[in-house]
Design a protein around this ligand. Structure first.
Ligand code: TXA
Ligand code: MG
Length: 344
């Protein structure tokens, strides 16, 4: 799998912006310099950008998202050189990973310097950093010349946005500007890898797979996907319900269609929607959304499909889970957080 931009669009390398786009980027950088909020495109999902060294701007991002102050945000940088300014110790493993995966969907958690506002990291001594693989945002980061917080541009616990329109619908005028960079190519949030401890640990799965990281730095640990609901979560991605539709959402493994059949039969006056991969049972009260068969395609369409299902005001959304195989790790992780197992 190729992670880096297919077009090889690195910041400033042969990318020409129209005068109109160049003015937009300048306006965005100006808003950020004066402590404002700009939603920006990345290859994964849209981010909510603010100057990571400006505590007041960062607090506004938390307010707009409705995010608890105990949940750390990741920080976006143009490249390794900028990232190094904000970490106490940059290990050689980080350089090797960055050579292979940046710009791209890999976030590295490292011990931070005091320049990053404490609000960004919820008081933690570490910061998550990544260079996003989107030509507009790389150019914005270059012009801004600093670190930008970039939690996903949605209200806390809601579905992540993969189009500018999703951000507009959900956040509207509460942000100062939305930079429209089209539909996100990857579609789910970056892999988060903690390099600050003894053992490299994946905190959140993404399209950069554990074995791809292991090829570069050797063994990594994978933190269990969902913590016990009774335990405090150290970060938002750890909460069992996250990235979730408003409609009650249930999941079933592909061998368990009987669960869906029972629901449809028991609720003839209620409507449900199923996101299916294989065949789903046919019921008059069940609308079907066909999902892609491959993990990459599925990831790209997942949040938009969940949003579409959520808009239908159905009584329930059902999700047929993709197979429990390594390439589906991140998709299954997000689907598990978006749903629950039906009772009984
Ligand atoms: O793909 C992405 O990562 C997107 C795009 C916009 O770049 N951003 C994103 O950010 O998903 P956010 O803030 O919604 O999620 C950040 C995740 C948290 O769930 C948490 O697990 C982890 O990164 N995280 C951030 N800082 C951390 C830290 N210092 N220690 C441990 N985990 C951290
Ligand atoms: Mg998020």
């Amino acid at each position: 799998m190729k992670i880096a931009s297919e077009a090889g669009l690195a910041a400033g390398e042969g990318v020409h912006y129209s005068p109109a786009m160049s003015r937009e980027l300048e306006r965005a950088a100006e808003i950020l310099r004066s402590g404002g909020i700009v939603a920006f495109p990345t290859e994964t999902v849209y981010g909510l950008g603010a100057d990571a060294t400006n505590a007041a701007a960062v607090r506004r991002v938390f307010e707009v998202k409705g995010r608890p102050p105990t949940n750390p945000c990741i920080v976006h940088v143009a490249d390794e050189q900028v990232a190094r300014r904000f970490v106490l110790h940059w290990p050689s493993a980080a350089t090797r990973l960055v050579e292979r995966f940046w710009p791209g969907p890999l976030t590295l958690v490292l011990a931070k310097t005091g320049a990053i506002a404490p609000e960004v990291t919820a008081g933690l001594p570490t910061v998550g950093l990544r260079a996003p693989d989107h030509p507009l945002t790389l150019e914005l980061l270059r012009r801004f010349d600093g670190p930008l917080v970039g939690p996903s541009a949605n209200r806390s616990t809601h579905l992540s946005p993969t189009m500018a329109q999703h951000v507009r619908e959900e956040l509207g005028d509460t942000v100062d500007m939305i930079l429209d960079g089209g539909a996100c190519r990857v579609g789910i949030e970056s892999t988060v890898l903690d390099l600050s401890g003894e053992e490299p640990t994946i905190l959140r799965p993404g399209v950069v797979l554990p074995e791809q990281i292991e090829q570069v730095i050797g063994p990594v640990r994978i933190r269990p996907a969902v913590v016990d609901p009774g335990q405090p979560a150290s970060s938002p991605g750890q909460h069992p319900v996250h990235y979730a539709p408003q409609t009650p959402t249930y999941r079933y493994e592909s061998g368990q269609t009987d669960l869906l059949v029972s629901w449809c039969a028991a609720h003839p006056d209620k409507r449900a929607i199923v996101l299916r991969i294989g065949a789903a049972p046919v019921f008059a009260n069940l609308q079907q959304i066909q999902m892609p068969f491959t993990a990459g395609e599925y990831a790209r369409k997942m949040y938009a499909a969940l949003r579409e299902a959520d808009r239908q005001s159905a009584a329930a959304i059902w999700i047929e889970m993709p197979p429990d195989q390594p390439q589906w790790l991140a998709v299954r992780d997000r689907l598990i957080r978006a749903s629950r197992r039906p009772a009984g």
